[in-house]
Design a protein around this ligand. Structure first.
Ligand code: SF4
Ligand code: ZN
Length: 307
């Protein structure tokens, strides 16, 4: 079947919408979707929290998602005179992270964007591998890694003075997180997911402009646009708990195209009428924003390692 819009040869067939699109129409559709998400998310944040956006940070890994998100963000920020800074986290994963950060660095140089890096070694005095050797997690290595990444990114973003931070999460990532939160009955966490609509003291709000675009489309866009990105997988990725949800959603999507979009819209309906989240309070140990009354999750898990 030719392209639905111009009869050229298609590069993609979207089962969830029934569209076949040629490269030109695919680019237009992809960028329209991501641009609109970014504009809407920023506009909600600005109107709810009465802030100005002068500087935006972007979490960069050098992989396809954050590389594509950076190109989308760059066009938005250039047309509005907004400053950008690339924020990279080095977990110290051998044979993986150095190569991916080299890609991120090349992209930042090409787009003339400053890039900053923070490491787990700086944060807790150990790389991820050293931490896992010393303190093997009962579940997946991604649980401690996620806590450390969120802390590193928030610290870097706040120190850089950004008003919000963009992440490259795609529709597959997003729908997996929605289903994981549902499966735990964790509605508060579902409501707290990015895109954040309010600024909380000490916590940099996160935006996710690719959240309606499937992972395969992000990959196709990056390839067809000739972007340089890192394709390797983290050596611990096979142990991630979200793999179960990934496989489940892919099976559901193949039998019922549109499942990922439905998970996203269901989450939006749940939180549409939810009240503004209660303020985060400073952790009594480290003073960083914390969701509960006691110490934050970082202090509970890593307090004894802090250097
Ligand atoms: Fe960390 Fe898991 Fe991602 Fe590897 S796959 S970088 S361990 S969160
Ligand atoms: Zn703390």
């Amino acid at each position: 079947m030719p392209c639905k819009l111009c009869e050229n040869d298609p590069v993609i067939s979207r089962r969830y919408s029934g569209e076949n699109l040629c490269s030109k129409c695919f680019f237009r559709s992809f960028e329209k979707n991501a641009d609109k998400e970014l504009r809407n998310q920023i506009s909600h944040l600005v109107s709810n929290s009465k802030i100005e956006i002068n500087m935006i940070g972007i979490g960069l890994s050098g992989g396809k998602d954050s590389t594509v998100a950076l190109h989308i963000l760059k066009r938005y920020s250039d047309s509005r005179g907004i400053e950008l800074v690339g924020l990279c986290v080095d977990e110290g994963i051998e044979g993986y992270r150095t190569e991916s950060l080299d890609c991120a660095s090349d992209t930042c140089s090409e787009l003339e964007i400053e890039m900053q890096t923070a490491s787990y070694k700086q944060l807790i005095g150990m790389t991820l591998g050293e931490l896992l050797d010393k303190n093997p997690p009962s579940a997946s290595p991604c649980s401690p890694c996620g806590i450390l990444r969120r802390r590193s990114l928030n610290n870097m973003a706040r120190d850089a003075g950004v008003d919000c931070m963009v992440l490259g999460h795609n529709l597959d990532d997003f729908s997996q997180t929605v289903l994981m939160n549902h499966s735990r009955g964790d509605v508060p966490r579902l409501i707290r997911m990015a895109p954040h609509r309010y600024v909380q003291p000490g916590f940099i709000p996160r935006l996710v402009p690719l959240r309606r675009l499937p992972e395969q489309e992000v990959y196709l866009y990056a390839i067809l646009k000739g972007m340089k990105f890192h394709e390797g997988d983290c050596p611990y990725a096979g142990k991630a708990q979200r793999n179960t949800f990934r496989n489940l959603i892919l099976e559901l999507e193949s039998k019922q195209p549109g499942t990922r979009h439905s998970l996203l819209s269901g989450m939006e309906k749940i939180r549409k009428d939810a009240p503004a989240p209660s303020s985060l309070s400073p952790c009594p140990t480290c003073s960083e924003p914390s969701g509960g009354d006691g110490s934050c999750v970082f202090c509970r898990e890593f307090g004894s390692f802090v250097v």
